[in-house]
Design a protein around this ligand. Structure first.
Ligand code: SAM
Length: 276
């Protein structure tokens, strides 16, 4: 346990706020495991969203990363982090703000980050999915990601076709990344414990990503919006969906959870071709 960190939290009365999804990791063995899974390379910039009291941040600062940039919405922790980690000087950059609204590319330019930034975070549950989707759409400022989600979301990100968890988030993720469930983290590892289990997902960038995420968002919203229906029924809003399905070599009687990501990429491409 990091007793220094615990003492600092108690001394400054830094209690967890439910509204900001605050569940803290104060066990440095566990944060060390997360940092190892992330595979930080020497000289990289690491971006952490929601550092909170800084248990994970501490491990990131002990890694070979050149700089660690953290974005925290709660002003109480911004002040605490600046004070607690002041011995690390310029290697730690603490930004107060909402990660959903942050322009990461400008931020990284401002702090002269070299190469793509690696994203490592124990994400607040209430904004984990929108942040992932935002980062999937990101430009080349974004490197690989190692992110903690509630277990159910982690399963959706990493599911295979045919599994109950397979859905829109799986397909959007597969357009850009290879995702794997790297570690389950029990509720009691957090202070205070959340109601649900958590898991760490490692996401490496594809060498040949599917570029048109907007088209993919559109077709998967239609397909998975009515997941019990056959695609020829749920995709009617796309226009001549039987022709689009034929072009993408998808069986019109299939249900969306059986269709692999690559077939959805072909469908999005076919729809875009007609929609343009
Ligand atoms: N990383 C810390 C840890 O592992 O102990 C804290 C994780 S806690 C699950 C989530 C953190 O994200 C909290 O510190 C919370 O204040 C912060 N947060 C919540 N919403 C945010 C947002 N939109 N932008 C930036 N930080 C946010």
């Amino acid at each position: 346990m990091s007793s220094d960190l615990r003492q600092a939290l108690e001394a400054n009365d830094l209690f967890a706020k439910k509204s900001l999804g605050q569940h803290f990791l104060l066990d440095l063995n566990l944060t060390g495991k997360i940092a190892r899974l992330a595979g930080i390379q020497s000289g990289e910039t690491v971006l952490e969203v929601g550092p909170g009291p800084g248990g994970l941040t501490q491990t990131l600062l002990e890694s070979p990363a050149a700089q660690v940039i953290v974005i925290e919405k709660d002003a109480r922790f911004v002040a605490h982090l600046k004070e607690f980690f002041k011995s690390y000087g310029d290697r730690l950059i603490v930004i107060e703000g909402d990660a959903l609204a942050m322009d990461e590319a400008s931020l990284l330019r401002k702090y002269e980050a070299k190469g793509a930034a690696r994203l490592i975070s124990n994400l607040p549950y209430n904004v984990g999915t929108p942040l992932l989707v935002k980062w999937l759409k990101a430009g080349d400022w974004r490197g690989p990601m190692c992110l903690m989600f509630q277990a159910e979301v982690a399963e959706r990100i990493c599911a295979r076709p045919g599994q109950g968890a397979y859905g829109r988030l799986t397909v959007l993720t597969a357009a850009r990344c290879n995702a794997r469930l790297a570690m389950a983290v029990p509720r009691l590892a957090f202070v205070p414990p959340p109601r649900v289990e958590s898991a760490v997902v490692v996401l490496e960038n594809h060498d040949h990503p599917y570029a048109d995420l907007a088209a993919l968002e559109h077709v998967t919203a239609q397909a998975f919006g009515q997941r019990r229906k056959m695609l020829r029924a749920s995709l009617k809003g796309l226009g001549d969906c039987e022709a689009l399905l034929a072009q993408a070599h998808i069986d019109p009687t299939a249900r969306p959870e059986t269709v692999p990501p690559e077939a959805f990429f072909a469908l999005a491409k076919a729809w875009r071709g007609v929609a343009l």
